[in-house]
Write a protein that binds this ligand. Structure first.
Ligand code: SF4
Ligand code: SF4
Ligand code: SF4
Ligand code: FES
Length: 956
C-alpha cells in the first residue's frame, strides 16, 4: 500500500530565500543558512530541536510563549530563537541549566491553567504542549489548580468538522495568524488582555455563524487540542498516511491522507505540496465523507428499459451486456452510433483509456469530455495565439505580480487556496482589477480592495477587452520591442488597426457594457504600465457565445503589453474541476489525440495506430451537443459516460433528457445513482479518488500522484472497468497498474515524454508539463524565450452581442456560478456536512428588481426563460447589479440548467451558461418541471431499491 511518514518535522519558522548566506555556530556545530533565517530554524536544520509553542513553520514568528529562549555569546539575556535572525559568527547555546529552568518555569505556568486529562484527550500523542512538558522535564505544578482558571470554559461545537475547546487554549495566537496569513479571512481575534485573553471568532459569534470559511488552517496550526477535527474524537489518532491529491478543484492541493486501517481519519494539507504549500479549503480538508456515504452504489446493475427495475449482476455480466448492446447498435445504426464521455474528475490514466476505447473498440472519434462545457474555449483560444492549450504560469508566479487582473472568476469560491495566495500578494501591495458583473469576494475583502471593478453587463466581455486594447494601442502603451521580437508582425498590425477603431473606444462601448469609460481607461493603463501584470480568468470568460473570442482577446492584451514568458505575468485559466487540464491533455476531444494533435494528421495517427494495433478514423467525431442532436435524429443510440452527470451539468436539461431517453443503451459509471444514471440501462459502480492510483493535472499543468489508500468499495478502480469493457468489445487491453498507462501516454505524447511515476516522485511529488528531453524537470513557466507556436499571433476580436437578448417578456439576464462549500453538480459535497453552509441554490436579485416585482427576502420565485422554468428562493443583495440575477447549480431539483439555453461558443460549442434572458416573479408552488422531476426521482429511486410500488408505477 502507498504510505509515508505520519508527520513531517516542523522547523519552527518559514524558509527564507537569500543569495547571502550566513554561517554561525549552534551548540558547537557550524551551520550555514540563507540570511533572514531564524536561530530556531537554523538549529533545527543542524539537528537541534529548540522547545517551542507559539512558533510553527507555516507562520511568521510571533515570539509570545518564551519557551524557545537561547543564549547568544556576547548578548545579554535570553532572546527568543524564533524571532532572532541568524548573524555571521553568532555562537548560540540552546541547552544550558539556566535555559532549562526558564523553559520549565514557562511550561509550569501554562500547565497550571490546563486540564490534566492527557490520557483521554483527543490530541494525546499529537499535542505540542504535552511534548514540551516532556522535553522540559516538567513533573509537577507548584501553583496548584485552585486559583482563577479557564478549565470550565464552554466548548464551541458549531462547526461540523472541528471543535473549539477554550479550556485547552494557551493563547499562542497561531490560529489567529493562520487565519490572517495563510487563509486571509481574518475571522479570529484575541479578545481581552492578560488572563482574560481568549480566541474569538469574528464579533464573538460561534464559528459557524462567523466569517470563518472552515479552511482548517487554524486547526492545523493549533498546537493543543483546542481546535481539533471532530473525526479525531470519533476515530482516534491515525496510524499511517499517504500523500495524494484533492479530487475537487483545479488547484490540485496535495494532502496527507491520515488513516487508520482502511478508514480516513483526516486529510491534512501537505506542507510540501507545490500547489498549496500546506493550505487547503473546506472541500479538500473536510468534505471527503461522500466516499463512504450510504448512497454509494456498489453493485453493477442492468435493465432493458429505464422504466424497468434495476437488476444487480456480476461485473462480467454487466460489462458483457454493455458490450453486446454497443455492438448491436453499431450493427443496426452504423459504427458512429455510439460514443463515450470521459470525465474531468477521473485520473489522467482513466481519461486516456476512455478515449482509447472509443477510438479503438468503438472505431470512431465520438469522444468528448465535460471540459467541453467549461474550458474548451481556453484550449482553442490559447492554441491559436500562443500555440499551446494551457495556462502559462505556476500559482507561485502570482507572488511576483504587480498587477492582478481577474476576469469572470471568483477564486475565493472556486479556487480558494489559490485565492488565499493571491490575497497574500495583494496585501503586500499588488494592484487589482476585477472584471465581473457581480461584486465578488475578490472585489472587497479584509485588507483587499480592487483598484478597478469593471462591473460589466453579462455577455459584453469582448467589448470590454476590445476597449482595453483600444486604450493600450491609442495611448502608446504597447511594448513595441517585445512585440517586434516575439510576435508575428503582420497579425499585430492588423490587430492594432482593429483595436484602434473608434467603435472600440471605451466611450463607445460604455453604453453596451455599462462600465464607465474612465474606469476602462484607468484599468487599461494600470494593466499596461503597472509592472508585471497577470491575468486570471474563469468560466465567466469561456461560457459565452464568444468564449473563444474572449480568450483570444486576453492573449492579445498579454502579448501587446509584453506580459507573457516570465514570473509574475501570463494568461492563467482557472480550471474548475480537478482534472479539466488533464482530461483535455489526454485527447478527450473528438478532433484531438492526446497532446492536442488533430486526428486528421496522418503522421500522428500512424504513431497511435502502430502502438494500438488498429486503424484510426481520420474524421473528427461528435461533440456532446452533437451527440444529443444525433440521438434525437435517430443516428446516435449508445453512450458510455464515465464520471460525468450530463443531465444536471449540461444546458437545456429537457433537451438532454429527451436525447438520453431516445438512446437504446446508456452506460453510466459513477459513485452515485446520479441524474444521468436515472436514464441509464447499465450502471457500473465508480471508485473515489481514495480507491485508485493515478494522476491529476491541475490548472498549472502540474501532474500530481493520486494514491490508493483503501481498496475500491465496489471491487474495481475505474480504469479497470474501462479495460474490461474494451476486452468485452474485442479490443484487447492489458494493464496491471496505472503506471503502465502513464508509460504509454509518455511514449505517445511528446509533451509527456519524460513523465513517469518515478520521475514525479524524484521531483518532489509533481511535474509541470511539457516534460521531455528538452525539459526533463518540467516547465513551470511557458513561452519563456519564444512562443510554442514560434511567433505570437494576434487575432482581431470583433464583438457581437449575444443572441440572448433581453425583451419585455424576459427583461433580466441570468448568470450562474459556484459557491465555496459546494462543488459542481454537488453529487459529492451535498453528501457531506458542507450543507451547513449551502443547503439550497438561491436566486440572487438586486433590491431594485425585487421591489419592482414585489419579491421579499426568502420568497419563492419563478424563473422563466425561453428554454424552461424553475422555482428557487430569493436572496435580495446588491452583489448583483440591477437587471442581472444569479444562481448556483449544485442541487438537481433547482433546475438551473432547465433555464439555460443551448446557445454556445462559435468555435467550441461551450454552452453560454452565463447569459440567459429571464423573467422572475413570485410564485406559490414548484415549476411543472420540478414537479415532474420529483415524480421521476421517486420512481427511479424506487426502481433502484427494487421497490414493488415503483415497479407498479413504472408499468402503468
Ligand atoms: S486555539 Fe490553539 S492556536 Fe489558537 S491560541 Fe489557542 S492554543 Fe493557540
Ligand atoms: S477555519 Fe480557516 S477561516 Fe475559519 S477561523 Fe480557522 S483559519 Fe480562519
Ligand atoms: S482549493 Fe481545490 S484542490 Fe485545494 S483543497 Fe480546496 S477544493 Fe481541493
Ligand atoms: S516559540 Fe519562540 S516565543 Fe514561542
Amino acid at each position: 500500500m502507498n504510505t509515508t511518514e505520519l508527520k513531517r518535522p516542523d522547523l519552527g519558522t518559514p524558509q527564507k530565500e537569500s543569495s547571502v548566506m550566513v554561517t554561525l555556530e549552534i551548540d558547537g556545530t557550524e551551520i550555514t543558512v540563507p540570511q533572514g533565517t531564524s536561530v530556531m530554524r537554523a538549529a533545527a536544520l543542524a539537528g537541534t530541536r529548540i522547545p517551542k509553542l507559539c512558533a510553527t513553520e507555516s507562520l511568521e514568528a510571533w515570539g509570545s510563549c518564551r519557551v524557545c529562549l537561547v543564549e547568544i555569546e556576547g548578548r545579554r539575556g535570553t532572546p527568543a530563537s524564533c524571532t532572532t535572525p541568524c548573524e555571521p559568527g553568532m555562537k548560540v547555546r540552546t541547552q544550558t541549566p539556566r535555559l532549562q529552568a526558564l523553559r520549565k518555569g514557562m511550561l509550569e505556568l501554562y500547565i497550571s491553567d490546563h486540564p490534566l486529562d492527557c490520557l483521554t484527550c483527543a490530541a494525546n500523542g499529537d499535542c505540542e504542549l504535552q511534548d514540551m512538558a516532556g522535553v522540559t522535564g516538567l513533573r509537577e505544578v507548584r501553583y496548584g489548580y485552585g486559583g482563577a482558571n479557564h478549565l470550565r470554559d464552554k466548548k464551541d461545537e458549531s462547526n461540523p468538522y472541528f471543535s473549539y475547546d477554550p479550556s485547552k487554549c494557551i493563547v499562542c495566537n497561531r490560529c489567529v495568524r493562520a487565519c490572517e496569513e495563510t487563509q486571509g479571512t481574518f475571522a479570529l481575534t484575541i479578545t481581552g488582555r492578560g488572563f482574560e485573553s481568549r480566541v474569538a471568532a469574528s464579533q464573538g459569534e460561534d464559528f459557524l455563524g462567523s466569517e470563518c470559511v472552515s479552511c482548517g488552517a487554524c486547526v492545523a496550526a493549533c498546537p493543543t487540542a483546542t481546535l481539533t477535527e471532530k473525526s479525531i474524537f470519533n476515530l482516534g489518532q491515525p496510524e499511517h498516511a499517504a500523500i495524494t491529491t484533492c479530487a475537487y478543484c483545479g488547484v490540485g492541493c496535495s494532502f496527507r491522507a491520515e488513516m487508520k486501517g482502511n478508514e480516513v481519519v483526516r486529510m491534512v494539507p501537505n506542507p510540501d505540496g507545490k500547489a498549496n504549500h500546506g493550505h487547503a479549503c473546506v472541500k479538500g480538508r473536510f468534505a471527503w465523507g461522500y466516499a463512504t456515504h450510504k448512497d454509494r452504489m456498489l453493485k453493477p446493475m442492468i435493465r432493458a428499459s429505464i422504466l424497468d427495475p434495476w437488476r444487480e449482476v456480476s461485473w462480467q455480466e454487466a460489462v458483457d451486456y454493455a458490450a453486446s448492446e454497443f455492438r448491436r447498435i453499431q450493427a443496426k445504426y452504423g459504427r458512429g452510433a455510439v460514443g463515450g464521455i470521459a470525465s474531468s474528475r477521473c485520473t489522467n490514466e482513466e481519461a486516456y483509456l476512455v478515449q482509447k476505447l472509443v477510438r479503438t473498440a468503438f472505431g470512431n472519434n465520438n469522444v468528448d469530455t465535460c471540459a467541453r462545457v467549461c474550458h474548451s474555449p481556453t484550449g482553442y483560444g490559447l492554441k491559436q495565439t500562443l500555440g499551446e492549450s494551457a495556462g502559462t504560469q505556476t500559482f507561485d508566479s502570482v507572488m511576483q505580480a504587480d498587477v492582478v487582473m481577474i476576469i469572470g472568476a471568483n477564486p475565493a469560491a472556486a479556487h480558494p487556496v489559490f485565492a488565499s495566495q493571491m490575497k497574500r500578494r495583494l496585501r503586500q501591495g499588488a494592484r487589482l482589477i476585477v472584471i465581473d458583473p457581480r461584486t465578488t469576494e475578490m472585489v472587497k475583502s479584509p485588507h483587499i480592495q480592487a483598484d478597478y471593478h469593471l462591473s460589466l453587463r453579462p455577455g459584453t466581455n469582448v467589448a470590454i477587452v476590445n476597449a482595453l486594447a483600444h486604450v493600450i494601442v491609442t495611448e502608446g502603451l504597447v511594448r513595441e520591442d517585445y512585440v517586434a521580437a516575439r510576435c508575428d508582425t503582420a497579425s499585430f498590425k492588423e490587430w492594432k488597426a482593429f483595436a484602434a477603431l473608434p467603435e472600440n473606444a471605451p466611450e463607445a462601448v460604455e453604453a453596451i457594457t455599462g462600465v464607465p469609460a474612465a474606469d476602462i481607461r484607468g484599468a487599461a493603463r494600470l494593466y499596461a504600465t503597472g509592472g508585471n501584470a497577470a491575468i486570471y480568468y474563469g468560466l465567466g470568460v469561456t461560457e459565452h457565445a464568444q468564449g473563444s473570442t474572449m480568450v483570444i482577446g486576453i492573449a492579445n492584451l498579454a502579448m501587446a503589453t509584453g506580459n507573457v514568458g516570465r514570473e509574475g505575468v501570463g494568461v492563467n485559466p482557472l480550471r474548475g474541476q480537478n482534472n479539466v487540464q488533464g482530461s483535455c491533455d489526454m485527447g478527450s476531444f473528438p478532433h484531438e489525440l492526446p497532446g492536442y494533435r488533430h486526428v486528421s494528421d496522418s503522421t500522428v495517427r500512424a504513431s497511435f495506430e502502430a502502438d494500438w494495433g488498429c486503424t484510426l478514423d481520420p474524421e473528427p467525431g461528435l461533440r456532446i451537443p452533437n451527440m444529443f442532436d444525433a440521438a434525437l435524429d435517430g443516428s446516435f443510440r449508445g453512450l458510455y459516460c464515465e464520471g460525468e452527470d450530463i443531465v444536471q451539468s449540461d444546458p437545456n436539461t429537457q433537451h438532454v433528457t429527451a436525447a438520453l431517453s431516445a438512446m437504446e443503451c446508456v452506460v453510466v459509471q459513477d459513485l452515485f445513482l446520479n441524474e444521468t444514471a436515472k436514464y441509464a440501462h447499465v450502471f457500473l459502480p465508480g471508485s473515489s479518488f481514495l480507491e485508485k492510483d493515478g494522476t491529476f493535472t491541475n490548472a498549472e499543468r502540474r501532474i500530481s500522484r493520486v494514491r490508493k489508500v483503501m481498496p475500491p468499495k465496489a471491487g474495481k478502480s475505474d480504469w479497470e472497468v474501462t479495460v474490461m469493457l474494451a476486452n468485452a468489445l474485442g479490443y484487447p487491453m492489458a494493464y496491471d497498474h496505472p503506471e503502465q498507462i502513464m508509460a504509454e501516454i509518455a511514449r505517445l505524447t511528446p509533451t509527456f515524454r519524460g513523465v513517469s511515476y518515478a520521475r514525479i516522485d524524484a521531483l518532489g511529488g509533481s511535474i509541470q508539463w511539457p516534460c521531455n528531453e528538452e525539459a526533463p524537470g518540467g516547465t513551470p513557466i511557458m513561452h519563456v524565450d519564444a512562443f510554442v507556436r514560434g511567433k505570437g499571433r494576434f487575432l482581431p476580436t470583433r464583438f457581437f452581442a449575444s443572441q440572448e437578448k433581453v425583451t419585455p417578456r424576459y427583461p433580466l439576464i441570468l448568470t450562474t456560478g459556484r459557491i465555496l462549500s459546494q462543488y459542481n453538480v454537488g453529487a459529492q459535497t451535498r453528501r457531506t456536512e458542507n450543507r451547513a453552509w449551502h443547503s439550497e441554490d438561491r436566486l440572487e436579485i438586486h433590491p431594485h428588481d425585487a421591489q419592482e416585482r414585489g419579491i421579499r427576502q426568502d420568497d419563492w420565485v419563478g424563473i422563466a426563460s425561453r428554454a424552461g422554468q424553475t422555482v428557487l428562493r430569493a436572496t435580495i443583495t446588491e452583489r448583483v447589479q440591477p437587471g442581472v440575477v444569479y444562481t448556483t447549480f449544485h442541487f438537481p431539483e433547482s433546475g438551473a440548467n432547465v433555464i439555460t439555453t443551448d446557445a454556445s461558443d462559435w468555435a467550441t460549442n461551450c454552452p453560454e451558461y452565463k447569459v440567459t434572458a429571464v423573467q422572475v416573479m413570485p410564485v406559490a408552488q414548484p415549476s411543472e418541471w420540478q414537479q415532474a422531476y420529483r415524480r421521476f426521482d421517486t420512481l427511479q429511486t424506487g426502481l433502484a431499491q427494487g421497490h414493488p410500488a415503483a415497479q407498479a408505477e413504472a408499468s402503468k
